[in-house]
Design a protein around this ligand. Structure first.
Ligand code: 1HE
Length: 267
């Protein structure tokens, strides 16, 4: 784990654990962790290097009572950007979020309070979302006179379907509680802090072999973008590499020797 590579961050708080789990915290609670351009640049930097730097799993969190209020609307208003400038702002968001989704390192988002606009776009680029009783999801862009630019049309539609995504942005509809899990906005809901559950999941994910996690947290997203025929072919190629990795032999041997844990139903 290249611990030195995590020293240069000013916007994100980065805590590296001995097991390779990294806690990445949006650290602007007084502004509800609104995403300004500098924060997005640090997300690009972190997620571009995470795999190369030996990160085994990430907990993505937000400081304070809210995960993320989305685009920094005050910065956007003050900058009075041209269309061309804002297109390039969005392209940096895509760079960051694509590096998250396709980077091969499991990213578990720990959500509380507002997960809105670009905050929901950020959360939906994570592989797993854990929410708590305070968490709520919305796309306020419709009412603000703007539009999503950080991938909601793709990733939020993937999570809940296009018509529900349209309803969210057209009507400002808010989802929370078990409804949000049933819809697919989050996979887990906790009674206590979502962070504790997210860290538990990240610790567990970090025990998988890195090449297996790479396939899970990169190949699946790529495969889903392909036609069925091509995806089946590419899946076979990925499995050819992953399922013959030398590091897997000890785990296969343990199964053959009956020392490995068996899959059993939950209690
Ligand atoms: C912000 C932002 C922000 C808060 N940009 N500064 N996103 C939104 O439309 C959400 C806008 N924010 C809110 O609706 C609320 O702020 C919250 C529900 C998130 C939190 O409410 P609350 O009552 O706890 O806080 P607050 O009093 O509204 O805000 C506290 C401070 O945070 C205040 O700054 P202050 O200097 O006056 O103390 C707010 O201005 C600041 N703040 N949210 C900038 N978003 C690539 S396209 C992406 C499209 C989008 O994401 S559009 C944004 C959608």
């Amino acid at each position: 784990l290249a611990k030195d590579s995590f020293n240069s961050y000013e916007k994100l708080a980065i805590d590296v654990r001995d097991n390779g789990v990294c806690i990445v915290t949006l650290n602007r609670p007084s502004k509800r962790n609104a995403l300004d351009t500098a924060t997005v640049e640090e997300l690009v930097q972190f997620f571009s290097g995470a795999h190369r730097n030996g990160v085994k799993a990430v907990v993505l969190a937000g400081a304070g009572d809210h995960f993320c209020a989305g685009l920094d609307l005050v910065e956007h208003w003050k900058e009075d950007r041209s269309p061309d400038e804002f297109m390039h702002v969005c392209l940096r968001w895509h760079e960051a979020f694509n590096k998250m989704e396709y980077g091969g390192v499991p990213v578990i988002a720990a959500l509380q309070g507002a997960v809105v606009g670009g905050g929901l776009e950020l959360a939906s680029a994570a592989h797993i979302r854990v929410m708590d009783q305070t968490t709520y999801f919305a796309l306020p862009e419709g009412q603000r006179g703007i539009f999503t630019g950080g991938g909601a049309t793709i990733r939020v539609s993937d999570l809940i379907g296009k018509s529900r995504m349209i309803d969210m942005i057209l009507m400002g509809r808010v989802y929370q509680g078990q409804d949000a899990v049933d819809l697919g906005l989050a996979q887990y809901i906790t009674e206590g802090a979502s962070f504790d559950k997210a860290l538990e999941l990240a610790d567990r994910a970090a025990e998988n072999l890195p090449l297996t996690n790479y396939a899970i947290c990169s190949a699946i997203s790529h495969l889903n973008n392909m036609s069925g025929m091509d995806a089946a072919y590419a899946e076979a190629v990925v499995a050819g590499v992953v399922n013959t990795q030398p590091a897997a032999r000890a785990r296969l041997e343990a199964f053959a020797n009956k020392t490995a844990a068996r899959v059993r139903p939950n209690d």
